[in-house]
Write a protein that binds this ligand. Structure first.
Ligand code: GLU
Length: 384
């Protein structure tokens, strides 16, 4: 790792005032359920940071795994109802373990269970944010998990890595620490390739070939390394650096904060996107797809222009005005963009391919010359 990056990393670790720490099931659970020794060790280190004045938000998995152990059955793990019911058993045990261990350090914990739906309404997002900020002002440690009991497949965040990325925006975090069972990101599958090396730093995650990097790697927890890198990519877009660390390594957090070279450091993008863009791109569910031609793609993707109806060559799905839509260039491998659309799908079908000056004739009025304003566009939409 370059010296300048080392220094920058140390500066971030020293100055971070609000840190989101995500810990996966593979770290927290052992053969016979929750691994209380690991939870103890992590709490000890988290409390040290907290005593230094750092706000900590913990995103913790482990409810399903803990519930499985209580029932002494781990079969049917992919069955949704099974997961929902086991998480109901496991979540209270998980929180009980955290409450007890943090209580020994005189720290107050607070359970927050969220579904995707809770964060895709701006109002509920703000409510969740206010609650979180109040808890932090009381110096409590919010412990967040997905509300598995009610989350059905299409409403799921995907996994807790994706949820943690949304939380970074919700609490305006300075740093994201993702504790996993691996020692970081490796150049190859370390279980199959003894020569595989730990990647110490990813300078530009936005262009790193993460699909290739993760091919054939062990899938730990529900997300695996791929979802950790996707979450890190979103964090970087928001201007937040990520440290992927082994949560089972003794003193992992202490060592990292002392400047030891452990885990994988993922640098933030130089130009962060706004919290508002991040919110609409990753909290809302895209309602349809807009196909655009080459000229429009150049204007939108390369020149940062708004999308005009003239460049639209296809509209898929039914959606209302203001919905989030994916924008793809037809017959191109370019990554999609997402944006908030000014017209509903049937209006758009009437005005696509037409000049903005024709909108009034076609629709009776022209409220907006553009289909999507550049302020409502996110060009590099990750994982959508
Ligand atoms: N919410 C799940 C649990 O607590 C875990 C989801 C995940 O690890 O991504 O078991």
């Amino acid at each position: 790792m370059k010296d300048s990056i080392k220094e920058q990393k140390l500066r971030v670790l020293e100055s971070a005032g609000r840190v989101v720490i995500k810990v996966g099931s593979a770290v927290l659970t052992a053969e016979d359920g929750l691994d209380l020794r690991v939870i103890n060790r992590l709490a000890d280190q988290i409390c040290l940071l907290h005593d230094r004045g750092v706000d900590i938000i913990l995103v913790s998995s482990g409810a399903v795994a803990a519930g499985c152990k209580v029932l002494s059955t781990c079969k049917a793990k992919s069955d949704l109802v099974f997961k929902q019911a086991t998480s109901a058993i496991g979540q209270s045990r998980l929180m009980h373990a955290y409450d007890e261990v943090f209580g020994r350090y005189k720290k107050v914990t607070a359970q927050i269970l969220l579904t995707r739906e809770d964060l895709n309404s701006r109002e509920r997002f703000i409510n969740a944010r206010n609650t979180m900020l109040q808890l932090l002002s009381w110096r409590a440690i919010p412990i967040i998990n997905e509300n598995d009991t009610v989350a059905v497949q299409e409403l799921k965040f995907g996994d807790n890595d994706a949820l943690a990325a949304l939380i970074l925006n919700l609490v305006e975090a300075d740093l994201f620490i993702n504790l996993t069972s691996a020692e970081g990101v490796f150049s190859d599958n370390p279980l199959e390739q003894p020569t595989a090396e730990r990647i110490r730093c990813i300078e530009d995650i936005s262009s790193a070939p993460i699909e290739i990097m993760c091919r054939g790697k062990t899938k730990q927890g529900s997300g695996g390394m791929y979802s950790k890198l996707l979450a890190a990519r979103k964090a970087a877009q928001l201007g937040v650096p990520t440290l992927i660390l082994s949560g089972t390594e003794r003193f992992c957090l202490e060592k990292a904060f002392e400047g030891h070279d452990i885990g994988t450091w993922i640098m933030p993008c130089e130009k962060a996107i706004s919290s508002r863009k991040f919110w609409f791109a990753y909290n809302l569910e895209p309602g349809g797809v807009i196909e655009i031609d080459k000229g429009a793609a150049q204007a939108v993707f390369e020149k940062g222009k708004s999308l005009l109806p003239a460049g639209i060559i296809g509209v898929k799905g039914e959606f209302g005005k203001g919905a989030l839509v994916r924008i793809i260039e037809r017959d191109s491998s370019r990554n999609p963009a997402v944006g908030l659309i000014n017209y509903n799908s049937s209006e758009l079908r009437k005005i696509m391919g037409k000049r903005s000056s024709e909108i009034e004739d076609l629709l009776g009025e022209c409220l907006y010359p553009e289909a999507i304003h550049r302020d409502n566009l996110l060009l590099e939409a990750i994982g959508l």
